[in-house]
Design a protein around this ligand. Sequence first.
Ligand code: FES
Length: 157
Amino acid sequence: MKNSFGPGALALLNEIKTKYPTGRAAIMPALYVAQEEFGWLMPEALEAVADCLELPEMTVRSTATFYSMYRHRKAGRNVIRICTNVSCMVLGARTLKGVLEGLYGVAPGGVSPDGRFSLEIADCIGACGSGPAMLVNDDLHTGLDAKKIIEVLENYK
Ligand code: FES
């Protein structure tokens, strides 16, 4: 899969490379581009990032596997990141996690049987004052309860 990025991703990667002094410093933003491009960081995606940054693949892999925001399994069409940290937990996040598991059959770290949703647990997404909160793809949703979370997710097919 070497250099198999599309033109949009390649343009982004070239821009990223100009903003960082070394390829090593550009690994994290480059991994984000790869994750957006391929949906997850399969070995070929890591190889493509390493090739693009002219780094050993192991250097890229060690960064990718250290941070939890990178996906190492194929994701659903929509990625739900629900916060279960203290503020959101106190406001009912665990109940919401149960709603998602019951309604869509998706457990943390998994994908719903229809491929519609992936569920990830987040350790705070910066919306502590208006929780429970979740991200669906790049969209922030706050003030969730069992009814609202279902209404919100109806917009993601
Ligand atoms: S604790 Fe949930 S967003 Fe911060």
